[in-house]
Design a protein around this ligand. Structure first.
Ligand SMILES: [Zn+2]
Length: 482
């Protein structure tokens, strides 16, 4: 599938940095925590003080392995940490410990469906590295910058794709799938606002049919997937216009400016780096044996697409609903919790996909933290299925569950909402109605049977919607026809 760009096609590769959600940092025991008091989570190792020695966090390696194996990549039995040298205020050591020519993971692919088209984007590598600190520029414009080194040494994986992406929309879909996979694996929260997931993009254009690559530029400062899509669109059009007007694209780094919706060239001294990589002398070669790889592989959870396929066959729900319900692992878990106590998959999917998700969205929380628990939803659905309450009343009960957090049974009892399925209650109501409306009874009996609906409506009104509709229909027919 080729996007429409005036005879040109974009060639896009993405580099994603994902913070691993370990408790402690990658080379020291300092806690990893977002939003802590600045510079409160540091030690001689992550501050890069002379003589401090790094010790590798095994959990960080395991999280990287999870991602590599989940996307079909291979974990190297031996990988090497390297120093990437550059000077920046938020990097106290003057170098970042990363991996260079022997990364922990190679190969694999992220696969996704876009417009009914199956796309596979190959990965070059996944490597482990440490995060830098954060520079804080005062908004009031004071002539200084503060630095918070809490983030120094937070474990990252960098996921580098082949330039297989051919449109900004594909880039967006790739990122959505990547984030979903990281979240399913419980290795990264994927929260871009907190910087847990960050993305840089390489982009060039070439005439459709060409096999060679054009000169590429690098886009940085992309703070959301939407920004990635917009920045790519901007940069693709800029490059095409430049080439069409006889110019040439220069290899450079651009910063996306969300306010002006343009990409600005970084100053020339920051354009190219000579990182002078060399093997980190304070760390031994990372050895990963095949037993360890096998153990991590065996522990991989079922991912979203596999789970959606299973939902369709196991619970008999529609494919669309299965995709909605497996969007996040916690939502899929919620659905399966409901299904452990209820047997109508489609009814549960309908409820969770509409009423529940709307309420969760209103509350602005994650479904896993929502106060209305799956057992209460299962209980409510069972009461609808058995006819104890109508679907309409169920919505009222649910609204009350959202407010009070009470169980359906106590709400139904407290508010007297049980469905009336008792002939001895319904019959007198119907008889009274027929007596009070002789004209309509006569109409019905003369063949104008459309007044039947009028009587049903009156019974429902009298019973505040609680009369069992099937029984009301039967009783009314009997009385009117008899
Ligand atoms: Zn530390």
């Amino acid at each position: 599938m080729v996007a429409e760009y005036d005879g040109f096609e974009p060639v896009i590769g993405l580099e994603v940095h994902a913070q691993l959600q370990t408790n402690s940092k990658i080379f020291c025991g300092c806690r990893v925590q977002y939003g802590a008091e600045p510079n409160s989570l540091t030690c001689p190792v992550c501050l890069g003080l002379p003589g401090a020695l790094p010790v590798l966090n095994k959990k960080a390696v395991e999280y990287a392995m999870r991602m590599i194996l989940a996307i079909g990549g291979s974990v190297r039995n031996e990988s090497v940490f390297a120093r990437k040298n550059y000077f920046y205020p938020d990097l106290p050591k003057g170098y970042q410990i990363s991996q260079f020519d022997k990364p922990v993971g190679e190969g694999g692919a992220i696969e996704f469906t876009l417009d009914d088209h199956r796309k596979s984007v190959g990965l070059i590598r996944i490597h482990l590295e440490e995060d830098a600190g954060k520079s804080l520029h005062p908004e009031s414009g004071e002539p200084y910058t503060q630095v918070d080194l809490n983030r120094c040494g937070t474990p990252l994986i960098e996921i580098v794709s082949h330039p297989d992406i051919r449109s900004p929309r594909e880039a967006y879909a790739y990122l959505v799938k990547l984030k979903q996979t990281l979240q399913y694996l419980d290795v990264c929260t994927g929260d871009m606002e907190k910087g847990h997931l960050r993305c840089d993009a390489n982009v060039s254009v070439r005439p459709i049919g060409s096999e060679t690559f054009g000169t590429r530029t690098e886009l940085k400062n992309l703070n959301s997937f939407k920004h990635v899509e917009k920045a790519l669109e901007y940069e693709i059009n800029r490059q095409i216009n430049l080439i069409k007007s006889g110019g040439a694209v220069e290899q450079t780094t651009l910063l996306w400016n969300e306010k002006s919706q343009t990409a600005e060239m970084m100053r020339s001294k920051e354009e190219s780096h000579d990182y002078r990589y060399f093997p980190e002398p304070d760390l031994v070669t990372l050895q990963v044996d095949n037993d360890w790889i096998a153990r991590v592989r065996a522990d991989l959870p079922e991912l979203a697409e596999a789970r959606a396929t299973r939902f369709v066959s196991q619970y008999g729900i529609r494919e669309y609903d299965a995709a909605v319900l497996t969007d996040t692992r916690s939502l899929a878990d919620y659905f399966e919790s409901v299904m452990s106590e209820f047997d109508d998959g489609q009814a549960a999917a309908n409820w969770i996909g509409t009423e529940l998700l709307a309420a969760v969205k209103d509350a602005g929380v994650e479904i896993g933290d929502y106060h209305v628990k799956p057992n209460h939803i299962a209980d409510l659905l069972k009461r609808v299925k058995s006819g104890q309450i109508s679907g309409k009343i169920a919505k009222d009960v649910f609204a009350e569950m959202v407010v009070s957090g009470d169980a359906p049974a106590s709400i139904i009892k407290k508010k007297g909402l049980e469905q009336i399925s008792d002939n001895s209650v319904l019959e007198p109501i119907i008889e009274r109605l027929l007596d009070a409306n002789p004209d309509n009874v006569a109409k019905y009996r003369s063949g104008k049977t459309n007044v039947f609906g009028f009587f049903v409506g009156q019974v429902m009104k009298e019973t505040r919607g609680q009369a069992n509709p099937t029984m009301v229909n039967e009783l009314l027919k009997k009385k009117l026809d008899g």
